[in-house]
Write a new protein. Sequence first.
Lengths: 169, 515
Amino acid sequence: MFDVLSRIVRTGILTEPSASPSIEALQKDIWGILGRALTIRQVDAGSCNACELEIQALNNPYYNLEGMGIKFVASPRHADMLLVTGPVSVNMEEALKRTYDAVPDPKLVVAVGDCGACGGVFGTSYASRGAVANVIPVNHTITGCPPGPAAILKGIFEAVRSTFSGVHR
Amino acid sequence: MNFDFPEQQPVQLPANIPAGCLRVNREQWLQTAKALHDANTRLLALWAADDRDRDGCFRVYAMYLLPETILVVEHAIHDASNPMYPSIAALFPSALRMQRAVYDLLGIASDESDMRGWLRHNGWPETLFPLRKDVDGSAHYSIAPASYPFVTVEGDGVHEIAVGPVHAGIIEPGHFRFSVVGEKVLRLEERLGYTHKGVAKLFEAFSQQDGHRLAARVSGDSAVAFSWAYCASLEAITETPVPLRAVYLRALALEHERLTNHLGDLGALGNDAGFALGLTQFSRLKEDLLRTNTVAFGARYLMHYIVPGGVSVDLPGRARGLLLKQYQELERGVVKLRSIYDEHAGIQDRFREAGRLTNELAERLGAIGLVGRASGIACDLRVDHPWQPYDKLRPKLITQAYGDVAARVQVRFDEVLETLRLCRALLDDLSSGPIQVQVPIAEPDRMGAGVIEGWRGPVIVVLETGRDGAIRRCHAHDSSWQNWPLLEYAILGNIVPDFPLINKSFNLSYSGQDG
């Protein structure tokens, strides 16, 4: 137990101040749209797993996503946002559509990675539908192969922001 | 070791480690498999190709790991209208799913009774075999949903739990069907193939000089291993010697990939045992390493790094000091966390005896890689079939005998520490010089293999060249093919809530298997 406590104390708080926009402004936006915290359901619709590793990294102490009031949930029914990696394989098409349908409205869909955004090296084929937008409506895309955690975070911010301004327009 | 091969001796196969190719007929295909099975060799991969445009044949291949070499057994099937070959799954159980995949892609059937689609989930017509040369891989088909006949367990109180393909975490998709009584698992049946992206067909649209980009994305957590295996096969075919500095940098990148994934797993395993501090601490160490990767290799995940003839980015002068400091901090952190894990009664209570894969079962089912080593299978290609620079580095073989989650955790801890030693040795011996040479366009119809021990186990790429720098056929294989079926055994008698922990201790690739 002493070792555990000493480890915690020695490590300290590593969370970095996030780049633009400020956390307070983001939290205000999220509150404005949803009236509560942002919950995300991640769906791997056929990715190579690199995007998943970078999305997982958002929960490490440096990015501390949960500290910003954003958390990953286990059920689409609890989610405000679907964070989808691609390309959408033909074998995952049905599962992705069903997951999308299970998310309550209003919902946001963010496609992560070059493959999710445009099909990437895989494109479309007998086995791949390519971009997520070919299968379900997408609000925002985050490019990169894989995009780093900072880019994913920024993309989540922008998706929330653009939807927010859309509501008021 | 000498085998009583039918009629002929193997011809040499271009590869990064000693390799041979043996051409056999239908009877010899099975005879050879029997002889190799009796001599305790391991099946590394099984695949097939459509050569009807060349000589009217289909071909099926099996790659075996012999004590000194690898052996590819090639069987030409002349009856192209009804192509069949004898199943070797009774001898090498891991062949079963590979044979099902061969049928899904090429319509070449084994004489096995289980003909359920493995990669084909009714997303394309039953009569269409996408990897055949006369099939247009870019065509689209609508899905015709059909149920998959899982093997059912009957009896008082037995019920099924269906999990996936969309999992309750940030992980890859697959389906697990549990048959349980109360909480106890009586049977687990996996259904994979959800992330099948048609990689094999897609390779044929890439040029030889460009194929490494696709190889790196077969399984993103093993980008270095796959792209190295691809480049090794092309360099072996073209007899291109890679500059020594590039060889060492490739190994450094491969060992960083091992470190990154092991650190991630050790954290996730702590978390799955209810010890959140483990996840926090290890994910921090992993993030530190990924940020160092950006300085040393130009990116966090090294999709771009290994290219034909060498590497794409040279190690900057300032990286050496940074890396050595990083290794020191990592080592200190990991040693400390290891003692916390080892002495924590709650963690050990979850780790020990959970998901046990006995040595006897691991041997019989052909376990390989990290999972095999945790069940006493002494096999690490870096140690027993070393390629440059591992012949000089001489990595230590790390094994555990007991085969439970605790053993797989210990193998990871030991490998992290050994890998840190290797990284330092690589930096010490790093010579100056060029980092890339030009790889010429290979002659058509040549075959070569690249075999690399990635962090999960052997990663294999077999490349066949086409005309004018094209790829005729490229087969990429991840060791997850061999180890996925073992999870179905390791879970037996355990309780459902321990499945995430046991599954994580295997941490197999979905994308690498599905292709």
